[in-house]
Design a binder for this molecule. Sequence first.
Ligand code: 3AM
Length: 169
Amino acid sequence: MARLFFALYPDAAARASLAAVLPTDGARGRVIPADNLHVTLAFLGDVDATAADALRALQDAVPVPPFELCFERLVFWERARARVLVPEAVPPEAECLQAGIRRLLTGQGLSFDRRPWNPHVTLERRAAPAPTRPVTPIRIRFDDYVLMASETRPEGAVYRPLARWRLPP
Ligand code: 3AM
């Protein structure tokens, strides 16, 4: 069994820019390490090895052109007790990608979290309430997406990309 999710996984430079938002803002909760910063596209939860192998083997899974997300606001989500970065606008390519992944998962007979997609990068969990504030926009181009495995360790979650799909130009 592996705990899986599909995600947009920014490169190291972009992750560093995202991670740099919080220290200046005084985080008191659990700050997510830069290596773990991502945008969840679809959360599957525990998946058996056969289904995980089938997912990894998918060829050209969702043909959507590359796109950019520009993260511009730091928001406190009360129910999740998380502080997250959200983009002001979500390009249609991003919506198509996550919808395509959901279709693909349905086609594979896999279950996943069906709540509406709300693209975000979680920066801090167990966060104290804080007012929403704009941040210097962080524009990130995504030309691929990943199937990520999440392992819970005593020191926290460790994410490992299992497969990567390039978005066609
Ligand atoms: O994208 P973020 O970091 O907000 O909270 C988990 C994380 O979200 C979420 O999946 C992402 C990668 O772990 N997650 C964890 N358990 C979940 C669940 N049971 C879940 N999302 C939905 N249902």
